[in-house]
Design a protein around this ligand. Structure first.
Ligand SMILES: CC(=O)SCCNC(=O)CCNC(=O)[C@H](O)C(C)(C)COP(=O)(O)OP(=O)(O)OC[C@H]1O[C@@H](n2cnc3c(N)ncnc32)[C@H](O)[C@@H]1OP(=O)(O)O
Ligand SMILES: CC(C)C(=O)C(=O)O
Length: 664
């Protein structure tokens, strides 16, 4: 950065530096909050708010619990003036709320301001003038004495007009551009203004220290504020207020350290709207206190609503990472965070904790109107088994067995990695379903009967392609007996290593969920089943797991190499495959291929093609960036109607219904 020599520090340390503020480790109580959204926030908008918009915003501030609201700069524009008049004339200011208006230290502006506040039940008239070296020299071209006199003249006029105007008024003074002002001089000007106003216990004055342009580090600001607090006259009758901006990105720290240093009041805005980088974000300061167990006396429990109103009326956008309010601020995508959150939530439930200690979540998202389901654990390629299992459990009541989680995790992550997409809970569920429930089996058990006979005797109908064989075997339980029929029939070995089941309470269904893990050659293979009948669910899970054994996919006796090649050919060429080009590829006749596939796999050539195309179409639909027509062509259907019908038949819904479901 070659221009660095152009810059030098633009702030002053106080003549005496004390650091009592540094000995305090927390803020003890909520300050007086003053929202300046309708003034400082509004003056910084590309398009300032209209009268109706200001009225709606005002109401929201009242609902949040603000007791002091700077409603505008009435001398600035007709809208500002009328807004103030409307609040008074329509009696819209609640008894416990004080409105505040800003004015420069110029006679005609002050007079116009008093016209605006005439009849106010109670209003603060906020006077400001810049005291900084730069503005004394460059803007006002006045000496220190003359600038002080400008403030004093303004203060006197305020006092005079307040006496003459109907209504109840108190005063605030800001030495604007405080950071560019010698600290003792700023205090001198404030004290001169206070000498005019003579604040009392019944009629306190507000001295507001603005970090108009934030040029100092927060600890410097705190040290300055401690000096101001200790050197202001009438201190007991003065409310010391801060008005931090955020040019260095430290507005919140300025406010917090300034409160430790003796300030009583904070002026700021929602979401930090305001000039340039904005004013201090009151939500963050308040919620930081909340996270320490201090009631901020402001209600942000419906943050999504506050955010919606704010975005609509200001036409600003709340950043995804905005503390306590952004879309992503409670979301964990990464595996270790998700794992810790899921365990922390389980711990909390198990121990019935009242205090919040869940790792990675500074506050309970529910307290600001967010939900665990859609906000906290979100799945992409950075996610892990803990988070993925949490999603399946929270959204679909699927409790993946501990030992199965890693494999499920990798299956889900892989899809996100390949698609470069976040996966919705519905998508995660479908991956689980495709891999463990709807896994296309080479064999099935189409029927089975049990009888008590030295343990359990199972009689299973094993269906392989068109062929059905009834096999008997004993076992020490029903699943074990069925497993033995399979082992016996196929001549394979494996160990039934995990079996878990639970009821599925999701939605209106009352199904049972079963998970089976088998071990073969030191490797685990998993399947899951869902059925009203728990034994059917268990058998299904077992059959899926066994179908995944390498023996079942490689052994010539059971899995024809030629069939595998044909099915692979269909999978790879699903867009264009026909019996004709398969016949050419395999040097066989079309009718032969057709019959061969049906006999060996139990499904027709057309069903295999449609199934593969539909699976691909489903992925493309979920990606959301292609039209249904284009997807239809992409997966090999020239006729969109035909595509729609096939999709509906396969998934019992139209492509559009599916797309909408995936977005939810
Ligand atoms: C840091 C802050 O946010 S301060 C608040 C800033 N907000 C706004 O300015 C928004 C509303 N402002 C306005 O609508 C207009 O500026 C008005 C109506 C207040 C004044 O309008 P105008 O007089 O037409 O213009 P402008 O603001 O440029 O006036 C500048 C003059 O005011 C003087 N001035 C500026 N601020 C002050 C002040 N606080 N006290 C006394 N004089 C001041 C300037 O020195 C300059 O004086 P000059 O005429 O001798 O050169
Ligand atoms: C008028 C004052 C308080 C102000 O807005 C500022 O200095 O930022």
């Amino acid at each position: 950065m070659k221009n660095v020599n152009k810059y030098e520090r633009q702030y002053f340390m106080p003549p005496v530096c004390e650091y009592d503020w540094a000995k305090k480790d927390h803020i003890e109580k909520a300050p007086i909050w003053c929202s300046v959204d309708l003034r400082d926030g509004n003056q910084a908008l590309i398009e300032p708010m209209s009268l109706d918009e200001k009225l709606e915003f005002f109401q929201m501030l009242v609902d949040i619990g603000f007791k002091e609201i700077e409603v505008g700069f009435p001398a600035a524009s007709e809208t500002e003036f009328i807004f103030m008049r409307t609040l008074i004339e329509r009696d819209m200011i609640p008894d416990d709320v004080t409105v505040q208006v800003l004015t420069q230290a110029r006679e005609h502006i002050i007079k116009k301001t008093f016209e605006a506040v005439k009849g106010a039940p109670h209003a603060v008239i906020h006077l400001y003038n810049s005291t900084s070296v730069a503005q004394r020299e460059q803007v006002f071209k006045k000496s220190k004495e003359q600038i002080k006199q400008l403030a004093v003249d303004g203060a006197e006029l305020l006092k005079k007009l307040a006496d003459e105007t109907e209504g109840d008024f108190s005063f605030e003074y800001s030495p604007e551009s405080f950071h560019g002002t010698e600290v003792d001089y700023a205090v001198e000007v404030c004290n001169a203004v206070l000498d005019v106003w003579q604040p009392s216990a019944q009629n306190k004055a507000i001295i507001n220290i603005p970090a108009t342009v934030e040029t100092a580090m927060p600890h410097v600001f705190a040290t300055q504020i401690e000096y101001v607090s200790k050197n202001l006259k009438y201190r007991d009758n003065v409310v010391l207020s801060l008005h931090p901006h955020n040019d260095r990105g430290c507005g919140v720290s300025d406010a917090e350290l300034g409160l430790l240093a003796g300030a009583d009041r904070i002026e700021g805005t929602l979401f930090g709207n305001g000039e340039r980088t904005g004013n201090v974000d009151i939500i963050t300061v308040a919620m930081n206190m909340y996270s320490y167990g201090i009631d901020p006396q402001l209600d942000f429990s419906n943050m999504p609503h506050i955010r919606e109103v704010y975005e609509r009326l200001t036409r600003m956008q709340v950043n995804d990472r905005q503390p306590y309010a952004g879309n992503l601020v409670f979301s964990a995508f990464s595996g270790s965070h998700q794992d810790a959150i899921a365990k922390g939530m389980a711990w909390r439930e198990e121990k019935k904790l009242n205090t919040w200690t869940v790792p990675y979540l500074p506050i309970d998202p529910v307290d600001v109107g967010r939900t665990y389901d859609s906000d906290v654990i979100r799945i992409n390629s950075q996610s892990g088994k803990g988070g993925i299992s949490y999603i399946l459990k929270q959204n679909f009541s699927i409790s993946v067995p501990e030992k199965m989680r890693e494999e499920v995790g990798y299956a889900v992550k892989q899809v996100s990695d390949e698609e470069h997409k976040e996966l919705s809970p519905q998508w995660v569920y479908e991956i689980f379903e495709d891999n463990y429930i709807h896994y296309t089996p080479y064999f099935q058990i189409s029927e089975c009967h049990f009888r008590q006979d030295d343990g359990i005797m199972a009689e299973a109908t094993i269906q392989y392609g068109e062929k059905k064989t009834i096999v008997d075997a004993n076992g020490n339980g029903r699943l074990d007996a069925i497993s033995n029929t399979i082992k016996q029939y196929f001549g394979i070995t494996y160990e039934l290593s995990t079996y878990e089941e639970h009821a599925l309470s999701h939605g209106s269904s009352s199904k049972a969920m079963a998970y089976v893990g088998i071990t073969h050659d030191g490797k685990n293979y998993w399947g899951a089943g869902m059925d009203e009948d728990i034994i059917k669910a268990s058998i299904h899970a077992l059959v899926v797991a066994v179908n995944k054994l390498p023996e079942m996919t490689k052994d010539d006796n059971h899995q024809d190499d030629r069939l595998v090649s044909m099915l692979n050919y269909i999978q790879t060429n699903y867009q264009t495959v026909t019996l004709e080009n398969m016949a050419e590829q395999f040097h066989l006749s079309e009718p032969y291929i057709s019959k061969y596939i049906k006999d060996k796999s139990g499904k027709t050539f057309g069903e295999h093609v449609a199934h593969t195309r539909m699976k691909r179409a489903k992925t493309l639909l979920k990606n959301g960036n292609m039209t249904v027509e284009n997807i239809s062509y992409a997966v090999g259907y020239q006729n969109v109607e035909h595509f729609n019908r096939t999709f509906k038949k396969t998934f019992e819904m139209t492509p559009l219904q599916y797309r909408n479901l995936s977005r939810e």
